[in-house]
Structure formats: structure tokens, C-alpha cells
Design a protein around this ligand. Structure first.
Ligand SMILES: [Zn+2]
Length: 346
């Protein structure tokens, strides 16, 4: 069914992209954002293994509405998967073993209005209830002064925004309780290089799954040396923030003591696009998104290998996840790389 309201444009696009495999995917509206008299669907797509013990991977985009490229890389990957589902027997075998979740437009109102925050002025990636434990950069780390300033967290004690709580609920339903789950949340706007961040954003302590993150990084770099353009690191090495949703979910998952959950944030380095096309400087949208068609194509293509790799790695976890006897070595190597002061103390 197609809708006429512009607020359903993305949902309709998802239905169109997956039309020819509609029997193999589940497209649902997980929530509705009310804004300016319209209802904006929070669309979620899942596919692959229905076994609750299968590993899972989530592809997330559009948390910050201004960073439209995050949504577009997820949609480009989805299109590629759908096109291959009919003929690619290796992909079919993979989908028999892995569960996939797509939430390409977490902040539909922000995407439509080209704002970082949602329609209520809240920065969803600062919206989880916890505070950072150390100092955070002024404003950018999250603030409760005003919804009219950027990086607004929402009022203290208030429930999370519907966009944030729906994302969290989808991650719980589709990713928790499995031996291994990976999430990749696509953003843009920081620096020259593509970065892959993992918890923590809220403090400078190593995440308990540093060894697994390090092993996955090693596996990718060995398997795809031509893709060594990613810098992978804990987010707090760059800056800390209040209310990071992936910190929130990661800690909640730790409490379940069930399996491994590795949430990553892909921060596509957008400054190169500005450097190569200085006219973008005059457009706020241009700071966060490639504007020339050939550059957009290149960015969409650039991350397909990583995304496919994450699914393959999830399916093959016992082959690369460090076992108890060698886990300490991985942990030490990871500490030396990312937390050298702590590595010396252990
Ligand atoms: Zn962002």
C-alpha cells in the first residue's frame, strides 16, 4: 500500500525497494512521531533467520536528520542485498543463519527538515538518561539549557523521545538475547577520516568487550587491506558525551549477562567532501553530505564491503571471537592500542 502524505515518503520507498522480496522481509511501523499535525512513521525492516539464537546485525541511519548520507548508505546497502537475494546463493545461505534489522530513518522529522535534532529540538544521540562521568565539551557533549541550542538532551527526568525509545526497543527485540549481535549506526560530519566508534562515549574506561572489538578490527584489516581507511577507536578518545544511546544499550545488555553485543557508530569523515568542493562550505547541509553526484556514488559504494563483512563476521563468530585461553592477549593488545596507561598497570 502506498500513502500520499509526504511523511510516509521514506516508508513507501522502503516498501518499493523490498517489493520483489516482500515475502522474505518484514516491514513494520514501530512507532509514529507526531509533528506539526502530521504522523511520521518509524519504519523498521527485518529479514533473515527467524531463530532467536541466530547472530544478528542492525543497520541504523538518520539519527541526526542533517546527516542524510547515513540514511542513504543504509538504503544503498539494502538495495544491493535485495537485488542479490534472488540469485546469490552465498547470500541466501548467510541469511539462513543471520538475522538482520534495518532502521534507516530514526529521525524522520529531522531528515525532512534537515536538522540535527528531532522536531522537538532534542539531539537523539544525547537523549539517554545517563550523565557522562567526567568532563564533556561545552554544549557539544549534551546540554539541558534549551531546545533552541544544539545538542539538547531533553529535560531532566523526562522519558526518552519516541525516536530514541523506539530504536532502543527494536535493538532489544531484535538483537538482545543472542550469542552475538552487532549494530552499525551511520553518521557523518566529523573530520577527514572515516571513523568507527564503539563504547564508551560517557567515560574513559575500557568496554568489557574490548578484546572482541579488537579481534573484529584485526579480522577486517587482514581480510580487506585496501579498506584500511577506517580508524576504529572508543568514542571517548575523541570526546565524551552525555546520554549516548549506544552506551545506554550496551550497559543494559551487559546487565542481561547473555551473549555479546558490539554497537558501532560509523562517522563518515565529511570534511574531505568540503575540501574538494569548497562551495559546500556555504551550505550547512553540505558540511555533512557529499553534494556532487560522483562523490555521493563513491560514498555509497565505499561502505558496502564493511557492511557485508559485518554480516559474514556475525555468522562466523566462533572462527574469530577470541576464546578464553587467548582472550587476555587480545585484551592486552587492545588496551595497549587504546588505553596505554591502563595496559601498563595490568
Ligand atoms: Zn551524527
Amino acid at each position: 500500500m502506498t500513502h500520499t502524505a509526504r511523511s510516509f515518503r521514506l516508508h513507501d520507498e522502503l516498501a518499493q525497494i523490498t517489493a520483489k522480496v516482500a515475502d522474505r522481509v518484514e516491514l513494520q511501523i514501530a512507532g509514529l512521531v507526531e509533528h506539526a499535525g502530521e504522523s511520521w512513521p518509524l519504519s523498521v525492516l527485518s529479514m533473515g533467520s527467524a531463530d532467536p539464537q541466530a547472530p544478528a546485525v542492525a543497520f541504523v541511519g538518520g539519527v541526526h536528520g542533517l546527516e542524510r548520507i547515513g540514511s542513504e548508505v543504509v538504503l544503498a546497502f539494502l538495495r544491493s542485498l535485495v537485488a542479490r537475494m534472488d540469485w546469490d546463493t552465498s547470500l541466501q545461505a548467510l541469511l539462513d543463519r543471520v538475522h538482520l534489522l534495518f532502521m534507516p530513518a530514526v529521525n524522520p522529522v529531522g531528515l525532512a527538515r534537515m536538522t540535527r535534532s528531532n522536531g522537538r529540538g532534542v539531539d537523539l544521540m544525547r537523549n539517554a538518561p545517563h550523565d557522562a562521568s567526567g568532563k564533556v565539551p561545552f554544549l557539544i557533549g549534551g546540554q539541558r539549557y534549551s531546545a533552541h541550542l544544539p545538542w539538547y538532551r531533553g529535560a531532566a527526568g523526562e522519558a526518552m523521545e519516541i525516536e530514541s525509545s523506539t530504536l532502543c526497543q527494536m535493538v532489544r527485540e531484535h538483537l538482545f538475547g543472542r550469542p552475538l549481535a552487532i549494530a552499525i549506526d551511520c553518521h557523518s560530519g566529523f573530520g577527514l577520516r572515516d571513523r568507527i566508534w564503539f563504547p564508551y562515549a560517557r567515560h574513559h574506561q575500557p568496554a568489557p568487550h574490548l578484546a572482541e572489538a579488537f579481534a573484529l578490527r584485526h579480522l577486517f584489516n587482514e581480510s580487506y587491506p585496501q579498506h584500511s581507511f577506517y580508524i576504529m577507536e572508543p568514542q571517548s578518545l575523541i570526546y565524551s558525551t552525555h546520554g549516548d544511546l549506544w552506551d545506554h544499550l550496551y550497559d543494559e545488555h551487559l546487565g542481561t549477562q547473555n551473549g555479546i553485543f558490539l554497537p558501532f557508530t560509523l562517522e563518515m569523515g565529511s570534511w574531505t567532501w568540503v575540501q574538494k568542493n569548497p562551495r559546500q562550505l556555504f551550505s550547512l547541509f553540505g558540511h555533512f553530505n557529499p553534494m556532487l553526484p560522483h562523490r555521493l556514488e563513491r560514498v555509497l559504494r565505499r561502505h558496502l564491503t564493511l557492511f557485508t563483512f559485518l554480516i559474514q563476521a556475525a555468522a562466523a563468530a566462533p572462527r574469530w571471537c577470541p576464546t578464553a585461553d587467548i582472550r587476555r592477549q587480545y585484551q592486552q593488545a587492545a588496551l595497549q592500542r587504546w588505553y596505554p596507561a591502563q595496559a601498563q598497570n595490568t
